[in-house]
Design a protein around this ligand. Structure first.
Ligand code: GLN
Length: 560
């Protein structure tokens, strides 16, 4: 077999940044000329995170092939060139589903179906499925060592070392080394315990990544090395950093990639980290500053808007600009003054979302952006909110709404298209009773961009492909009523049936898209819509809390 494998586990506490660590290791290996793929196992029983509340799980990341996956896949795509899809993320639910289906089909020939070997074999199969086309497969096991749920995954990766050979596999364990103020010391005990738990189930880590607020001294490294049975050089400081894009550089400085290629006996050149150095330099020394208000429902958990957050940062990088993000609760927006909540914002963004709560607040934010000529970017529900706002307040359709929120509205400008053709050209039907898990337009779809538009200026292309995740669509019955009043449909599906991008004629920068561009922004290649939105915001001085425009004029349509 061509591939080598790196398995990443986590200990002590969750949220140590295992996904970022895996993505950064991927980036380092690519910088040495290797081809890589990544795989994430999620120990929960849901079949996918699609039906989970963002407060529980954070963002649902959508891949080209329409899989609803863990947000770590977003990190993988933003840091590396690996293309993620359905085969890069499996949950316990999916693994059991596959095994139970096989059992029903009689594929186990009457045997007793058990966790070992049937579930573990299914897991191993998923790892090996990725092996043929790349030099290195990086497998991240979600959860924390010691959880009941992750045991079958850990057992499977344990077995893989005997199956594949020691020289082809490396185990990395990410732990926490806390600094205890009262003792003035870094403490290694949690790490010792976590590695002990890992060894009890038969995995001896080769490398220990220690998340910490300060550099580990040689003495601390020696202690961890002694108690955890790893070489001293294999104890790596994963120090907190200012920007997440520094992680690959910090890992390299600690010698992580050198250790890995040595352990796995891979011959590569020195890594080329110049693009990462340049990126971090740009992030740390921006020439300009802008402030963007994100008006949404899940603002209390930043993970809910992970890709969006990063795409805005990337848009800033493209403009040599730091982006201050202000998350505004759309429910508060319903009750309080828009001018006060949006004070100082040079750009307003309404992201995707589901459900009624806060919708009027989002529509109010759109109105504020439209009337005050503040650059506006509406994504998915944010585009739908812009359509509703325009229909109500400009086109005179006072009761306009989305049928998602008001089934009886007389002007359903956004509605449930009962019949549509999916990516595989299969006709899909749905109504309000359809199964929530299965009726969305998901994954990549083409869109034709009109030449005289903000969208064309951004993409500089007539045909684009973007990722979708929604049920409702623009209602074509209202095209005429809206265009008559200055509304523009600048992106349509190639057959002209689905409205994908909307703009306003008389506004410096106002754009809504039915798709989610944030899923395709890369730190080295910022998404053009985010780049242009940030650029437009730089030309805007915002308004003060009394609603008066500050001195200075918003830049022209081109965004300056
Ligand atoms: N709730 C809307 C729909 O289903 C928007 C979804 C979204 O913003 N991702 O169409």
């Amino acid at each position: 077999m061509r591939s080598k494998f790196i398995f990443i586990t986590g200990g002590v506490v969750s949220s140590l940044g295992k996904g970022l660590a895996s993505a950064s290791i991927g980036a380092l290996m690519e910088s040495r000329g290797l081809t890589i793929s990544l795989l994430k196992f999620d120990p929960y029983i849901n079949v996918d995170p699609g039906t989970m509340n963002p407060f529980q799980h954070g963002e649902v990341f959508v891949t080209d092939d329409g899989a609803e996956t863990d947000l770590d896949l977003g990190h993988y795509e933003r840091y590396t060139h690996a293309k993620m899809g359905r085969q890069n993320n499996y949950t316990t639910g999916q693994i059991y589903d596959a095994v139970i289906s096989k059992e029903r089909r009689g594929e186990y020939l009457g045997g007793t179906v058990q966790v070992i070997p049937h579930i573990t074999d299914e897991i191993k199969g998923k790892v090996l499925d990725l092996a043929d086309n790349v030099d290195l497969v990086i497998v991240e096991v979600g959860g924390t060592v010691g959880d009941i749920e992750s045991l079958p995954f850990l057992e499977a990766i344990r077995q893989l070392q005997s199956n594949l050979g020691r020289e082809n596999t490396a185990y990395i364990h990410l732990t926490l080394v806390p600094f205890i103020e009262t003792a003035g010391e870094l403490k290694t005990k949690p790490t010792q315990h976590s590695v002990k738990a890992l060894r009890e189930i038969g995995i001896q880590p080769d490398i220990i990544l220690c998340r910490t607020s300060r550099f580990l001294t040689p003495q601390v490294k020696e202690k961890i090395s002694l108690f955890c049975n790893v070489e001293k050089e294999a104890v790596i400081t994963a120090k907190d950093v200012e920007s997440i894009y520094e992680v690959p550089i910090v890992f390299h400085q600690e010698g992580l990639d050198d250790r890995l290629v040595e352990m796995l006996n891979i011959w590569t050149g020195r890594p080329n980290l110049r693009p990462w150095d340049r990126l971090v330099k740009r992030i740390k020394n921006p020439k300009r500053l802008t402030s963007i208000a994100v008006v949404g429902k899940y603002v209390h958990l930043k993970d809910s808007y992970k890709s969006l957050h990063e795409a805005l940062i990337h848009g800033g990088i493209a403009n040599d600009c730091r982006v201050d993000l202000k998350y505004v609760d759309s429910e508060r927006m319903e009750k309080e003054k828009a001018a006060e909540l949006l004070e100082g914002a040079s750009g307003i963004l309404v992201p995707g979302g589901f459900g009624q709560r806060g919708i009027e607040g989002k529509i109010k934010a759109v109105k504020y952006a439209r009337e005050n000529r503040i650059p506006y970017f509406g994504i998915c529900l944010g585009m739908q909110a812009a359509v509703i706002e325009f229909a109500r307040n400009v086109a005179g359709l006072k009761r306009a709404h989305s049928s998602e929120f008001d089934v009886n509205t007389t002007a359903p400008v956004i509605y449930l298209m009962e019949q549509w053709v999916d990516r595989k050209k299969v006709v899909q039907k749905r109504d309000i009773h359809s199964d929530k898990g299965g009726t969305m337009r998901l994954g990549i779809y083409p869109c034709k961009v009109e030449e005289e538009s903000l969208a064309f200026r951004a993409y500089n292309r007539k045909m684009i492909w973007e990722r979708h995740r929604h049920r409702y669509e623009f209602n074509n019955g209202f095209r005429e009523a809206l265009t008559k009043s200055g509304f523009k449909m600048s992106g349509l599906s190639p057959d002209g049936d689905l409205v994908e991008i909307i703009e306003l004629k008389d506004h410096p920068w106002f754009l809504g898209c039915q798709f989610h561009p944030e899923f395709k922004s890369h730190c080295m290649d910022p998404h053009p819509l985010f780049r242009d939105f940030i650029r437009a915001s730089l030309g805007n001085k915002g308004v003060d809390s009394s609603g008066k425009r500050k001195k200075g004029r918003a830049r022209s349509r081109q965004g300056g």
